[in-house]
Design a binder for this molecule. Sequence first.
Ligand code: UDP
Ligand code: MG
Length: 135
Amino acid sequence: MSERTFVMLKPDALERGLIGEIVGRLERKGLRPTRFLWRVLSPELAARHYERLAGKSFFSELIDYVTRGPVLASIWEGREAVAVVRALVGATDPVKAAPGTIRGDLGLDCTENLIHASDSPESAEREIALFFEEE
Ligand code: UDP
Ligand code: MG
């Protein structure tokens, strides 16, 4: 059964010219993009997106990072899209992410790890609403 997920290329991915590389990996897997949105996040939107992490030691660094330049938000559809994209993305810390994953192949920094992907269908719907349905 087809499912949808939310993906956001973070500012480092755009700064490093990796949009094509990362979007291409998702496309070649067979996932289909249905929306793209290029924007600079306000600190308020970034804090709502990451509200579950408020209170963590890295929270303010994370908000500064994701608001420092444009991001590319997107919606992707396909069979088990949430789990499939998480597998393609790899572990949060690129040092631990397996080779062959986006973070494992392209990243090195635990905060600047290129990409956000929803961790459950419920998170996906919440994040899609936050970025695409509240404008
Ligand atoms: N993050 C960080 N330090 C940590 C854990 C996470 O800077 O120790 C940042 C990193 O950019 C990560 C984001 O916070 O992608 C959200 O954390 P989460 O645990 O949701 O990881 P993800 O779902 O992105 O793998
Ligand atoms: Mg997460």
